[in-house]
Design a protein around this ligand. Structure first.
Ligand code: AMP
Ligand code: ZN
Length: 113
């Protein structure tokens, strides 16, 4: 998707601070971190959001979580971390390309919203 920010990050047209990459996943530091460690894990294939996952592409979500475990280890998040995905306008999604936020580096509150 040529007008998608995250597709352009994957293509190297928009700079990012890469944390992890494999054949199907790219991860980079959030430009506006909301915790000491704030990383975005995205699928290289453009999927709009978690609402667009289905039997044909849900393996990409599994790949994201495999990457999340690797990144959590490499970032030293041994005491824990939070994973969030926003879907759609009411879910607070601002970039319509499936991504998982990894938040950590401090003790997060128990509340979700
Ligand atoms: P969401 O609101 O869940 O769609 O999350 C989008 C996230 O993308 C926000 O946390 C933004 O700070 C982050 N973001 C937007 N543009 C960039 C960028 N160019 N590089 C890194 N993070 C970005
Ligand atoms: Zn995209």
């Amino acid at each position: 998707m040529s007008d998608c920010i995250f597709c352009n990050i994957i293509a190297g047209k928009i700079p990012s601070t890469r944390v992890y990459e494999d054949e199907s996943i790219y991860a980079f530091r959030d430009i506006s971190p909301q915790a000491p460690i704030h990383i975005l894990v995205i699928t290289k294939e453009h999927v709009e959001s978690a609402a667009k996952l289905n039997v044909g592409n849900s393996h990409l979500a599994a790949k994201c979580f495999e990457a999340i475990a690797i990144i959590a280890e490499s970032e030293g998040l041994k005491d824990g971390f939070r994973v969030i995905t926003n879907a759609g306008k009411a879910g607070g999604q601002t970039v319509p390309h499936l991504h998982f936020h990894i938040l950590g580096g401090k003790t997060l509150g128990e509340g979700l919203v």
